[in-house]
Design a protein around this ligand. Sequence first.
Ligand SMILES: NC(=O)c1ccc[n+]([C@@H]2O[C@H](COP(=O)([O-])OP(=O)(O)OC[C@H]3O[C@@H](n4cnc5c(N)ncnc54)[C@H](O)[C@@H]3O)[C@@H](O)[C@H]2O)c1
Length: 442
Amino acid sequence: MGSNNFSRRDFMKATSATAVGLGLGLGSLVEAAPAKKRSKSANDKVVFGLIGCGGMGASNMRNFMGYEDVEVAALCDVDKNRMPNDIKDVTNKYGREPKIYDDYRKMLENKDIDAIIVGSPDHWHALNLIHACEAGKDVYCEKPISHNIVEAKAMVGAKRHFKRVVQVGTWQRSTREFHNAIEYIRAGKLGKIVHCRAWISDATRLGKKAPIAVPDGFNYDMWVGPAAMRLYQENITHWNWRWINNTGGGLTTDWGVHMMDIALLGMSKGLDLPMPNRVMSSGGLWTIKDDDRDAPDTIESILNFGDPDFAMTWSVLRDHPGKPGHCTEFVSADGRTLRVWRGGWEIVDGDGKQLPKENADPQESGHWENFLDCVKSRQAPRADLDSVAQTTMVCHLVNASLQAGEMVRWDKAKMDIVGKAGKNTMAYSRNYRKGYKLPIYK
Ligand SMILES: NC(=O)c1ccc[n+]([C@@H]2O[C@H](COP(=O)([O-])OP(=O)(O)OC[C@H]3O[C@@H](n4cnc5c(N)ncnc54)[C@H](O)[C@@H]3O)[C@@H](O)[C@H]2O)c1
């Protein structure tokens, strides 16, 4: 399906991806089977370029490379030191080297590429994705979709404007235990849900490091991109950026987007999620001292929903004795609790006694395969950008309330904060560094 072989314009004329899948349930959630022969002909191939050859970008690329109707044509990273393994694997797989870029905008000019994997840190997602949409590419974008709310809205606007297919990397939407839990709640088998709880444990230390010279081969200026420039320290860049507010949002955006996503999906009928009308957060960097991280290690946030009525709490905390380190729980009016985590789910009564549960038997495609299918069908994928934008904005609202030190209100129809509280925070918006501009599509 390289653009030499297949007319993307034909797709665009035929369908719009925006509406088709929004009413979908999650009826086809399960990991891909390893037999990945899907392609009928070489002309049907989806040709990928990868932005960000780090942990998750490369992992997504390898997942896609398992399918016969995929080809990886190009790799881009601002740090050359991160690329050798990926170059080697692509070369071994396809018998030729990928094209190598250090500027993703140049890669987006490559007409052979159909789809982009955005595997950069969160502070780059908005520009990477919007520019990819402008270039007519479909996108597999890592979560959380953005660094802040204004970026998230611009990304949804661009996706709709250019009629692109965008799957977000919230792969829990495609796994058996979460599928079972969501289906159980949606079918009303736990009764009326009045409360959801989600949490993640966090005791990460980045240590304290002095600024040093930037390593050879690393374009640190481009790595910082639209964020605020600061002197290079080894412990604020690769992987660690998520605990730095300038480039991430702490574990509320990193893990909240996974765990609160499941709560919101259980409380919805499809991909359009309930949004809180009020969010109040408390917390701070209270347990980890003498460290370069600035994202809070302790958060308790209460979110109030009106349609349907329920309360949700989101916690970042040191420990949760006797429970998994990450989890989503649904609490029913009659006191039963459904608990789901990576690897299992259970239903317990008020005394903690296990109750019977039923497994649905999902049999269809996995997360990466679902994206490939949707690139071809132009339907909205299971983790469509519009849907995960909602979860991402919930995470940002938690941080906005914490950063503002006051309750934040949200208007779902306007997709915006009501009034001023929370608007003057990094979780709401940021001034881009000189030379960078966020394109706004409404
Ligand atoms: N879905 C999941 O379960 C999951 C798991 C881990 C990470 N993630 C997400 O994946 C993304 C990447 O996380 P990671 O842990 O792999 O980070 P990482 O720091 O290991 O890798 C990011 C890579 O992007 C590169 N990069 C930065 N700016 C770039 C630019 N402008 N152009 C090209 N390359 C650029 C960096 O040099 C680095 O190699 C994040 O959004 C993260 O939240 C998702």
